[in-house]
Design a protein around this ligand. Structure first.
Ligand SMILES: O=C(O)C(=O)C[C@]1(C(=O)O)C=C[C@@H](O)C=C1
Length: 303
C-alpha cells in the first residue's frame, strides 16, 4: 500500500501514518510512505489513484476545522475510510548557542504556528514564518545553523536533524491533538450512494460515522429541515462547520458529521430523505470512529 503524507520524516502527518500502520499491522504487510509538499497534490494523486491513500490532517483540538484540507475534498473523487488522532506536542528547536531572547524568526507549518499563538503573544519580538511543514522547518534551521532561527516541530525532529530544544510543550493547549483522515479514491457508484451505504453496513458494521458536505437552499428553515431529518432517524450530530461556497459571496455549505449507528431504516431511504432537504450532498467519509471523540488517555498512550 502506498500512502502519501504532508512533509518529510518527523512531520506529524508521518507520525499519523506510522500510527495507522501499527494499528493495521495484521492487514497491511507492505506500507510505502511518500512525503509531499502540498495537500493539493496529495488529493490529486489519491483521486487519480497514483497513491492508494493519503493521511490528511482535518481537525485540531485547539484551532478547530483544518479548512485548507477539508475544502479540497469538495467535488473530488475521494473518501475518508479511517481516522487517526495524533497528539501534537511542539518543541521549539534551535541550534547550539541559540536562546529564546535572541530569536528573530520561528518557522513552522501555518497550523502549528496557530496552535502556539500564546507563545508568540508572550514573545512579540519573534516573527512566526509559515513553511511547508514542521519537519522541513526543523531541517531548514539545522541547515542554516543560525542561532537567530528556530522551528516548531515534533519531539522526533531533535534526533533526526540534530537540534537543541529551546522550549518544550510550546503549544497553547497541553492536550493539543490533530485528527487525520485516511483519504482513498472513491467514484460515486452507478447505483447511488444510498445503496453503497446499505452494503457498507453489511460488510463493515463498525463504520458508523459519516462525514458529509451539504449545501441547502438559501431560504428560511432549510438547514433546520435537514437537521430535523438527522433527528428523525436518531443520528447523533458529531460536528457541523460552515464553509464559504466558491464564487457565491456569503453563501455557505456545511461539513456535517453524524453517527449512524442507530439508523433503523434502509440507507437508501435515509440518503434520499437527506438529498430531498439539500441542493447538493457529497459523502466525504464513512469510517469507524476512534477514541469516541475523547482526546488524551489512549491517544497519548499509543503515540
Ligand atoms: O507540518 C506537519 O508536520 C504536518 O503534518 C501538517 C500539520 C497540519 O497541517 O495540521 C499536521 C499536524 C499539526 O496540526 C501541524 C501541522
Amino acid at each position: 500500500m502506498k500512502i502519501g503524507y504532508q512533509g518529510i520524516a518527523g512531520s506529524y502527518s508521518e507520525a499519523a501514518s506510522i500510527q495507522y500502520q501499527e494499528r493495521k499491522q495484521a492487514e497491511i504487510k507492505n506500507l510505502d510512505m511518500l512525503g509531499y509538499n502540498s495537500f493539493v497534490e496529495l488529493v490529486q494523486d489519491v483521486a487519480s489513484q497514483k497513491l492508494d491513500a493519503a493521511m490528511m490532517p482535518v481537525e485540531n483540538s485547539t484551532t478547530g476545522l483544518i479548512d485548507r484540507t477539508m475544502d479540497l475534498y469538495r467535488g473530488q473523487s475521494v473518501l475518508a475510510t479511517a481516522e487517526v488522532y495524533q497528539p501534537v506536542q511542539h518543541i521549539l528547536w534551535g541550534v547550539p548557542g541559540g536562546r529564546i531572547e535572541d530569536l528573530e524568526e520561528v518557522y513552522s507549518h501555518p497550523e502549528a504556528l496557530s496552535q502556539c499563538r500564546n507563545f508568540f503573544a508572550a514573545h512579540p519580538w519573534i516573527q512566526p514564518i509559515a513553511y511547508t511543514d514542521t519537519a522541513q522547518s526543523a531541517k531548514l534551521v539545522a541547515d542554516e545553523q543560525n542561532p537567530k532561527l528556530a522551528a516548531l516541530a515534533s519531539p522526533r525532529c531533535g534526533d533526526l536533524y540534530q537540534l537543541i530544544p529551546l522550549q518544550k510543550e510550546i503549544q497553547s493547549e497541553e492536550t493539543n491533538t490533530t485528527r487525520f483522515f485516511l483519504m482513498e479514491s472513491f467514484v460515486e457508484p452507478g447505483e447511488g450512494i444510498g445503496k453503497y451505504l446499505q452494503e457498507m453496513r453489511g460488510e463493515h458494521p463498525k463504520r458508523t460515522r459519516l462525514m458529509l458536505y451539504v449545501e441547502t437552499p438559501h431560504k428560511p428553515g432549510a438547514l433546520a429541515k435537514l437537521l430535523n431529518t438527522f433527528n428523525l432517524y436518531d443520528c447523533n450530530l458529531e460536528g457541523l462547520d460552515a464553509r464559504p461556497i466558491a464564487d457565491q459571496p456569503f453563501a455557505y455549505g456545511f461539513f456535517i458529521e453524524v453517527d449512524i449507528s442507530h439508523v433503523g431504516i434502509d440507507m437508501e431511504i435515509f440518503w434520499k430523505t437527506l438529498a430531498y432537504a439539500s441542493n447538493r450532498m457529497q459523502l466525504i467519509g464513512c469510517f469507524e470512529p476512534m477514541n469516541d471523540g475523547k482526546i488524551g488517555g489512549e491517544a497519548y498512550a499509543t503515540a
